[in-house]
Design a protein around this ligand. Structure first.
Ligand SMILES: C[S@@+](CC[C@H](N)C(=O)[O-])C[C@H]1O[C@@H](n2cnc3c(N)ncnc32)[C@H](O)[C@@H]1O
Length: 168
């Protein structure tokens, strides 16, 4: 699954704490995979109907559809998130939670994922991303966005860092 290990329930719990459920709009989960994080977000208080899952792999998308039938699933490439959200009629987002291997995406692909999300998040809306790397998973300086490491959890003897990115 990309360059990142599948996450465990502890990572899911840490990410669930990053959801701003008091904000309007759905919570967007990018790279939902087998649904480990999805399960944690629901356990953390997000109604499944408020979750929009994006997953590019057909088999994983089918698995998600079967196990999380009350969520909204978009099978597609997160690098086309602008078009995917428009096609799905999704506007304002509450929070974006990403376990994509975005650290390994070229800058323009990072831009194509992050910037449409930040526009739909609006002021004080966070794009939340985990990484196994010691440095930021998104090139915030090149994208001219704000970045902060906000949490960490140990998984398979490696620290998983949690980062937030935002516009203002
Ligand atoms: C590291 S796995 C994380 C899976 C799961 N969320 C977890 O934490 O266990 C990354 C997931 O992102 C998906 N993915 C990778 N690139 C993608 C892309 N461009 N668009 C949508 N999903 C993508 C992979 O298929 C995989 O399910």
């Amino acid at each position: 699954m990309g360059a990142l290990l599948p996450s465990g329930p502890r990572v899911a719990g840490v990410l669930a704490r990053q959801m701003a459920l008091e904000r309007a709009g759905p919570v967007l989960e990018l790279g939902a995979g087998t649904g480990t994080i999805t399960r944690g977000l629901i356990a953390g208080g997000c109604p499944p109907e408020r979750l929009v899952l994006v997953e590019s792999e057909a088999e994983l998308a089918a698995h998600l559809r079967q196990h999380y039938p009350r969520t909204r699933l978009i099978r597609g490439d997160a690098r086309k998130i602008d078009a995917l959200l428009a096609q799905a009629g999704i506007g304002r987002l509450a929070t974006v939670i990403s376990t994509l291997p975005i650290k390994w995406f070229p800058l323009e692909e990072q831009r194509a994922v992050v910037m449409p999300c930040l526009r739909q998040l609006g002021p004080r809306g966070y794009f939340v991303q985990i990484t196994n790397a010691p440095t930021a998973p998104v090139d915030a300086r090149q994208l001219r966005i704000n970045a902060a490491r906000v949490d960490a959890v140990w998984l398979h003897f490696l620290p998983v860092q949690v980062w937030r990115f935002w516009l203002d």
